[in-house]
Design a protein around this ligand. Sequence first.
Ligand SMILES: C[S@@+](CC[C@H](N)C(=O)[O-])C[C@H]1O[C@@H](n2cnc3c(N)ncnc32)[C@H](O)[C@@H]1O
Length: 249
Amino acid sequence: MDAIVNDYTSATYGDRIADVYDDIYRPTDVTDSINTLAELASGGRALELGIGTGRIAIPLTVRGVEVHGIDASEAMVAKLRSKDGGGQIPVSVGDFANLDVEGTFSLIFVVANTFFGLTSQEDQIMCFETVASHLDERGIFLIEAFVPHVYGFAEGNNVTARPLDLESVKLDVTVHDRMDQIVDIRTMLLSNKGIEKYPVRLRYVWPSEMDLMARLAGLQLLERWADWRRSPFNSGSRSHVSLYVKTTE
Ligand SMILES: C[S@@+](CC[C@H](N)C(=O)[O-])C[C@H]1O[C@@H](n2cnc3c(N)ncnc32)[C@H](O)[C@@H]1O
């Protein structure tokens, strides 16, 4: 198995993509996620893991929720702080495998597959444990992520190409490690501007492994939906929104 040897850290993805992140995600309608998150916060404090440029946190604050954040990338946080309403959101710069935040929250959430940015099972378990210790008694931990597809990632190395227009093409160079459940992706945009490179490394897990990590941390699954509209989750679902709460005896 070829592994990409490099100095990828928890800040690499954000630091590289910060300048274009909002252009990539701007078309996404966040109304359903904001409605759901505001309801789940139920008047209490919320904490977003991997808050990024504030795509979710800023509109959630506008809805009246007190939002805090944590992110490993100074560049993403700088974008957040440059926006209207972004400067007032308290953000800790650090790794959300181990939360360096004060107090407890009624809602802790991690969206857009960001949980998979923790690239080892140990870090993912540690995240569940540290989240559990920062939840109010009736607090909720929400994760939005894709459901891995057994044939979704090729064996070993893979390159896929997609022409974007007459002048540009998007190349994804992927190395997949099935044993550690890691995909290492180098996205390259080739255009008249030159070559732009956006690396991302993910450790994907199935919902079942997430549920097991929750158990280890003293949490249990409350609900699982296929999307933010709370569509029923089933074996054909490509993504999930999962809610965990403290285990009751
Ligand atoms: C896909 S972006 C999501 C940003 C935002 N939550 C949103 O929905 O637009 C992932 C964010 O998580 C941050 N991140 C990734 N791994 C992290 C880690 N281990 N600790 C803290 N932040 C991390 C990145 O810097 C980036 O800002």
